[in-house]
Ligand binder design. Sequence first.
Ligand SMILES: [Zn+2]
Length: 78
Amino acid sequence: MSYRRTRKPIFKACKKCGGLVPLDAKSCPYCGSTSFTEDWEGMVIIIDPEKSLVAKMIDRADKPGIYAIKIGGKVALK
Ligand SMILES: [Zn+2]
């Protein structure tokens, strides 16, 4: 029996834009990147990037979607 420190994620985070996509996604629906990591924490849901304060904090969150707050231990928010 081995125990992992991390919980089992249902999403993986795009390394480029921080967008969260299903584990079986081939490419990022937000920016088209194919580089992902499962090492992420926290999520924000952007519905309307024009009006969302959080979207303004995340530089790259210019499309509606789910974004990770932390990627690889670093805060992805601006
Ligand atoms: Zn992306």
